[in-house]
Design a protein around this ligand. Structure first.
Ligand SMILES: Cc1cc2nc3c(=O)[nH]c(=O)nc-3n(C[C@H](O)[C@H](O)[C@H](O)COP(=O)(O)OP(=O)(O)OC[C@H]3O[C@@H](n4cnc5c(N)ncnc54)[C@H](O)[C@@H]3O)c2cc1C
Length: 123
């Protein structure tokens, strides 16, 4: 997988600079290896992975969060508080993919209906 004629995988380096062409478009990136050697690599696009930092500080003490701040749910996507559900990227263990987030939203809508039905039936 790491061998492809149109790709090179470079690890153990830091990206320190985006170089632009005459039209201000990305032309290359500057990499620095652990020995401090700099090299420019042609690139026409860059995806910067900065990780995820869920906006859940306001939920602290209200529902259980994991060590990274994502909402812990059971297999029905119910949180530690009965009747409170979570779906999508904010949920601990979710796949952080659009299709999954949409699917979880639909599944949670059904779970909410079940929950409301159970309240109505006094269960
Ligand atoms: C750069 C990038 C590229 C991606 N590429 C892909 C891809 O190619 N394929 C793929 O499947 N997935 C991709 N994803 C992931 C995908 O975008 C997410 O999985 C999806 O958007 C998650 O949907 P969500 O509704 O759970 O969360 P979000 O889309 O993050 O929606 C959460 C919403 O809640 C709002 N919000 C936050 N806090 C509060 C608050 N306190 N009160 C009210 N509103 C609040 C936010 O403003 C936001 O609108 C990518 C994500 C990024 C960042």
């Amino acid at each position: 997988m790491r061998q492809h004629e149109r790709m090179s995988v470079v690890t153990g380096t830091r990206l320190t600079r985006f170089n632009a062409d005459m039209e201000d478009r990305l032309a290359s990136v500057r990499l620095v290896d652990p020995q401090g050697n700099e090299s420019d690599h042609p690139a026409t696009g860059a995806f910067v992975f900065i990780g995820l930092d869920p906006n859940t500080a306001w939920l602290e003490g209200l529902v259980e969060l994991d060590e990274a701040g994502f909402i812990v749910t059971d297999r029905t996507m119910e949180t530690s508080v009965p009747g409170v559900f979570a779906a999508g990227d904010v949920r601990s263990g979710s796949t952080k993919q659009l299709a999954s987030a949409v699917g979880e939203g639909a599944a949670v809508a059904l779970q909410i209906r079940h929950y409301l039905d159970s309240l109505e039936q006094g269960q």
